[in-house]
Write a new protein. Structure first.
Length: 711
């Protein structure tokens, strides 16, 4: 790496010469040409210098725009406004950039220049996402960019837009969707034969691996991207951004792996390239990574100095997404120095920034830091509060089907254990309060006994009644505790056996595939892959239900009922489960009813998903599942009817009780735990409705529940 870096910096000495030669050629062409040719030469020079020389880029784009407007050349006028916007965009003046982008858009719309509109909407979307924090509007512009890129068959812009959407999804914690859009971006760049796109895809894949802590995989992707970018460098452009950002990321990964000396060397090269390219954004990022190196190496004062320099640049560019990571790192440095007050303040600022910008991974990480800080200060309730918020952030990542890891599951266990301790203390406190109340009552009536014998008798009667009532309350509490303990035992049994089983199966099968792949025939390979697929889906369903159950028990689910279209909710769930049903050759039927229910959207989605998923699980090939609804006594009755294997009468009475639940293997070997139905029952009853089941073995089952029609 050091030899390559040395050679690379030797080549940098030639950059000014090559860059000046290219500029001189364009200046000569501008001075010797007229009309359209002169305008195009100015635009080419503006484009060449857009990243590294704002003054030249702005001057040439402005002259080209004014001349095109004076000569009434709308296509070049639109292009000139677009290049003016790019000059401001790469100079981090996004308000000015947006003005020119919108001006160019109005001209391009009149001309129906689909290719230019594709370019514009991709950059406008990035401005709204990265610098204004409006993801909804950004996504709207990205969608328009995709539309016009397809109309003009501009696959290079299509690849850039898919890549931008992937990055937005990654920031939001939707890692599987992010990977899907990376693949779409790669395919588009291949169609465009855009070599630099291949390097960018390797870089973005490394970013995604790094986000889920797959550091070796991330390092491999970054190094592959770096090799491609080094080959793609054109000396006369003076643009080394691709090389620099790869060096930044490799340094960041090496930092996490504890290789600080190598990380510093890589960071030094990246900083030099960013300075050469006059990239404020790149410099701010490299300085932030340098601060992290020194923080992890224990050099806190040096880390603070680098971080301060980085933050000044970030704030000058209004890089609102980048500031969140700054706040997190600054808080960590203060925590390491045991400066808890400023650490809590800056971490809270970082948390607010992460929530405002939908940065789910930061929300989870900063909540963990805040919990650790409060725990160190002995503020256990606040520590518990922030750790609970950490679980909620992890939940959103689980629901996006990100790679599950045992660290998050251990966090779930910590929350459950702490919740159990708090409940036991609360129960003990209630018993003590009742005991004190009885003693107070006894003293009062003893005083009355001295005054009047009748009052003593009355006191005795009253005390006896109170004692019996207290005994009844205690017995009910004991029964409730027994039920909770039974549920907990059942839950840990599920975790210990049902969760470990699929993972053991997956590990065993993958070991066999790894060692004997070439020896197995197609049929055996297909059977093993299907077994892995089934185990993975069973594990995913179980983890989802475990997390839903834990949130219901800790009271972390918010209940926000509102008028909701039943057709829309059922449609979303059917879209989610259609591939599972098609895999088993099961028909899903639903006739839209245009009905509305008063429900919490997420809870209704969970109820429908569990009931329809269960129907698919216990149905056979060529069976059918029908979802319908009807009005009944001011309520909406929703039913999921299947023609599957059915449920015995004795088992139906135990379906909605985790401690004594009924479990049976699905028709394709799917595992069940009973958690899903218990969650459905709790959610339905929270809405003031009821849930039930009708079934006949061998002929199928009908699960139904009711919801209020009006809020």
């Amino acid at each position: 790496m050091k030899k390559i870096s040395a050679l690379f910096f030797m080549l940098l000495a030639c950059v000014p010469v090559f860059a000046n030669d290219a500029k001189d050629s364009l200046y000569t062409l501008i001075s010797e040409s007229f009309g359209t040719k002169k305008i195009e030469a100015r635009l080419e020079l503006a484009f060449m210098t857009r990243v590294n020389d704002f003054t030249v880029s702005y001057e040439q784009a402005s002259l080209a725009y004014e001349e095109a407007r004076r000569r009434n050349l709308p296509p070049l006028e639109a292009k000139g406004a677009y290049y003016l916007g790019m000059a401001y965009y790469y100079h981090s003046d996004f308000d000015s950039a947006m003005q020119y982008f919108l001006l160019s858009e109005s001209i391009a719309k009149t001309l129906q220049d689909h290719k230019l509109l594709g370019y514009l909407y991709q950059l406008i979307g990035t401005c709204y996402n990265t610098y204004y924090g409006d993801q909804a509007l950004a996504l709207d512009y990205y969608n328009q960019s995709i539309r016009y890129a397809l109309l003009s068959q501009n696959y290079r812009t299509l690849g850039a837009t898919y890549s931008a959407i992937s990055n937005m999804l990654r920031v939001n914690g939707s890692y599987e969707k992010a990977l899907e859009f990376i693949h779409r971006s790669r395919d588009s760049y291949l169609k465009a034969n855009f070599t630099e796109g291949a390097a960018w895809i390797r870089y973005m894949t490394g970013i995604l691996h790094n986000s889920v802590k797959l550091y070796d995989e991330a390092l491999a992707e970054f190094e592959a991207a770096l090799a491609l970018y080094r080959k793609l460098v054109v000396p006369e452009s003076g643009n080394y951004t691709g090389v620099a950002i790869c060096l930044d990321q490799i340094a960041a990964v090496q930092t996490k792996k504890g290789n600080y000396t190598e990380a510093r060397e890589l960071n030094r090269e990246a900083l030099e390239l960013h300075r050469l390219g006059q990239s404020r954004f790149g410099l701010s990022t490299s300085l932030k990574y340098l601060a992290e190196i020194e923080y992890r190496a224990g050099n806190y004062d040096l880390a603070l100095a680098h971080l301060d320099s980085s933050m000044i640049l970030k704030k000058s560019m209004n890089d609102i997404l980048g500031l969140t990571g700054m706040y997190e790192l600054l808080g960590l440095i203060y925590l390491a120095q045991e400066k808890y007050a400023p650490a809590l303040d800056i971490l809270q600022t970082g948390l607010e920034s992460a929530v405002r910008n939908h940065q789910v991974q930061y929300i989870m990480d900063i909540n963990r830091h805040l919990s650790r800080a409060h725990q160190a200060l002995g503020n256990y309730e606040k520590a518990y509060y922030y750790q609970s918020d950490q679980i909620m952030a992890a939940d959103s990542i689980y629901n996006s089907r990100v790679t599950r890891n045992m660290v998050q599951l251990e966090t779930l266990f910590e929350i459950e254990s702490r919740d159990k301790t708090i409940r036991e203390l609360q129960q003990e406190n209630r018993i003590q309060e009742m005991s004190l109340e009885r003693e107070k009552t006894l003293r009062s009536y003893m005083t009355g006994f001295i005054i009047l014998s009748l009052m003593m008798i009355a006191m005795f009667i009253y005390f006896s009644i109170e004692r019996r009532r207290a005994h009844t309350v205690l017995m009910k509490s004991k029964a409730l505790v027994d039920e909770i303990n039974a549920s907990k035992d059942k839950l840990f049994s599920i975790i210990a056996h049902d969760l470990r089983g699929p993972f053991n199966s997956i590990l065993g099968l993958t070991d066999l595939l790894k060692d004997n792949f070439k020896a197995y025939g197609p049929e055996k390979l297909e059977r093993m892959i299907n077994a892995i697929y089934s185990s993975a889906h069973n594990s995913f369903a179980l983890l989802n239900n475990l997390l839903e159950w834990s949130r219901t028990q800790t009271g972390m689910i918010q209940f926000s009922p509102a008028p909701i279209s039943l057709d829309e909710s059922v449609g979303e769930v059917l879209a989610l489960l259609s591939s599972q049903a098609e895999h088993k050759k099961i028909r899903l039927d639903y006739t839209p009813s245009q009905r509305q229910v008063c429900a919490d959207r997420n809870m209704l989605h969970t109820i429908l998903r569990n009931l329809i998923s269960n129907a698919v699980k216990y149905s056979r090939p060529d069976d059918s599942i029908v979802i319908d609804s009807r009005e009944e006594d001011g309520m909406i009755r929703i039913s999921v009817r299947d023609t599957g294997i059915g449920i015995p009468e004795e088992a139906r009475r135990r379906l909605f009780n985790l401690a004594d639940g009924y479990q049976i293997t699905g028709t394709a070997g799917e595992k069940g735990t009973g958690l899903g139905l218990m969650i459905c029952k709790e959610f339905v009853e929270k809405h003031g409705g009821s849930i039930g089941v009708d079934s006949e073995p061998g002929k199928g089952s009908t699960f139904y529940f009711t919801m209020k029609k009006d809020c």
